[in-house]
Design a protein around this ligand. Structure first.
Ligand code: GDP
Length: 503
């Protein structure tokens, strides 16, 4: 993706930037030729399950995971997996050990979710399938694949669209989004405030601060009401990372002025300048340092939470997937960056927390994920990478049972709901294991996404979503085993992501 340039003029600073990007990518390319490395991006909106997914993936590989559907592992070709120092010293490391310790407590806890970008490297020593490659081992050394996992908030992806927009275009889009009927209440204070100020008057810092605060409140309120809708930005207003309280976040969209220019020293001129600074200092470095170096991307989403909010939320989530795919679409770039930019070759959409359903509904959840992704692919006119959808529970917090009711049997899940969770009049105490009928997903996912509630069988989208306590993990058994937590279909996800690299 590159910035659109008015009238074909290209600034020297742009050329320099692209050249740096290209050289960085070339550097990575050269290093990879010596030591094969695959860089996996893991993203998704807040609470989608990124931290849990990465922790579980690493533990299953480094420890003694049960991964029957990951052939390289099942065939015994993986000899050793170790954590290695990550290649980028300026990126925080993913706090794998802390998260694991949380699961090993007497009262296990879920980790704190992703708030900023972090990274971890796995080195996998394996026996190649090819006899030829095995014969070359004495000369070339043991086969090793480095896997760099880069975890980052999905909210930050929203910013990539800003790189192609100037302040006026971004403002127009942001203000138009606030016109949608379901956002009217959330946007009211911000809209009234913008209506009451003169954007062409001299900058008053208090006005800038107030506007930015109201705009941020509006974004956060909309996200709470419609968690699936991620397309409102800037991303750091929602997930500031280490920019919390930074002046870089004190701008907000303004309606177009009477004439094209922005008077010097005016609020509008200041907002425009800060918007450009945000692009230069926040959005572009994220793109250059992380996003454009990813080989394979995992996008996690909590389809069941969206389903719980009703079919319209599912439609919104599918729309958010479209925006994600657009971000991954190879953009119009300069010749140098096109030559060296890494291309994402696989994208995996994962509907998380499948353990909230009985296994009889797992295929339906997967079909729902597929239908949403397919619709997104068409809308984004996406091509160029293999896209797959799966339903996964990275850590299984429930088991299954059949409840006998009125002579028939009902498929249930059994787990310990977190203290304060409710079903009907029952409030859970965080101690008691409970059997729950989680609800059924309908066989035809398209009906759910169409949002045509009139056509839905009664209660079809009425899936109960509770937070269950995680299972307790033993870090090491007396026999020296390092068990991994139970999962659902995580092995298939791992195989899709790295299986071909271990051939
Ligand atoms: P992030 O914000 O995307 O990093 O989300 P987290 O990984 O922190 O997950 C958010 C919450 O979702 C966790 O605290 C858990 O309550 C729940 N969760 C995530 N993955 C699973 C899963 O595989 N099974 C279950 N039952 N709950 C999960």
């Amino acid at each position: 993706m590159s910035e659109r340039r008015e009238g074909g003029s290209v600034k020297l600073s742009d050329i320099t930037d692209s050249t740096v990007d290209a050289l960085k990518s070339f550097g990575a390319f050269a290093t990879d030729t010596v030591q094969p490395t695959v860089r996996l991006g893991v993203t998704g909106l807040s609470r989608a399950g990124k931290t849990v997914f990465v922790t579980a993936l690493v533990r299953n590989l480094v420890g003694d995971g049960r991964l029957p559907f990951f052939p390289a592992h099942a065939e015994g070709r993986i000899e050793r997996v170790v954590l290695e120092p990550q290649p980028d010293d300026d990126v925080p490391r993913f706090r794998y050990e802390d998260h694991l310790d949380g699961f090993a407590r007497e009262r296990p806890v879920w980790p704190e979710g992703t708030k900023r970008v972090s990274q971890i490297r796995l080195a996998i020593d394996y026996t190649p399938r090819s006899a030829m490659r095995r014969m070359l081992e004495p000369a070339f050394g043991r086969a090793r694949l480095n896997v760099d996992i880069v975890d980052y908030p999905g909210e930050w992806l929203i910013d990539l669209a800003m790189l192609e927009q100037d302040f006026a275009a971004w403002s127009a889009r942001a203000l138009a989004a606030g016109e949608a009927p379901h956002r009217r209440d959330a946007v009211a204070s911000f809209r009234d405030f913008v209506g009451s100020i003169d954007a062409d008057a001299a900058l008053d810092e208090a006005v800038a601060q107030k506007g930015a605060a109201l705009y941020t409140d509006y974004l956060r309120a909309s996200r709470e009401k419609e968690p699936a809708l991620s397309t409102l930005g800037p991303g750091r207003f929602l997930m500031p990372g280490d920019l919390e309280g930074s002046p870089l976040l004190t701008f907000f969209p303004l309606p177009a002025g009477a004439d094209a220019g922005s008077p010097k020293g005016s609020l509008r001129a200041a907002m425009e300048r800060r918007y450009e600074s945000y692009k230069t200092l926040v959005a572009r470095p994220f793109w250059r340092n992380h996003f454009c170096r990813i080989d394979r991307q995992i996008v996690l989403f909590d389809a069941l939470a969206a389903l719980n909010s009703g079919p319209a939320a599912l439609g919104d989530m599918s729309q958010a997937m479209t925006e994600v795919l657009k971000a991954f679409r190879p953009g119009a770039s300069t010749l140098v960056s096109r030559m060296f930019q890494r291309r994402i070759d696989k994208i995996l959409f994962v509907a998380t927390k499948a353990d909230h359903l009985h296994h009889t509904s797992h295929d339906r959840l997967e079909a729902l994920a597929r239908t949403m992704a397919d619709a997104a692919i068409v809308r984004a006119e996406f091509a160029g990478a293999e896209v797959r959808s799966m339903a996964v529970a990275a850590i299984r917090a429930t088991r299954e049972a059949e409840a006998e009711i009125d002579g028939g049997s009902l498929p249930c899940i059994v787990g310990t709901p977190r203290k304060g969770e409710k079903v009907g009049d029952t409030v859970f105490d965080g101690e008691t294991e409970t059997a729950l009928f989680p609800g059924d997903l309908p066989a035809d996912p398209a009906r759910l996404i169409r949002g045509d509630e009139g056509e839905l069988p009664a209660g079809a989208h009425d899936v109960r979503v509770l937070t269950f306590l995680p299972p307790r993990l033993t870090l090491e058994t007396p026999g020296g085993k390092r068990p991994a937590p139970p999962h659902i279909r995580l092995d298939r996800a791992i195989d899709f992501l790295i299986g071909d690299k271990l051939a």
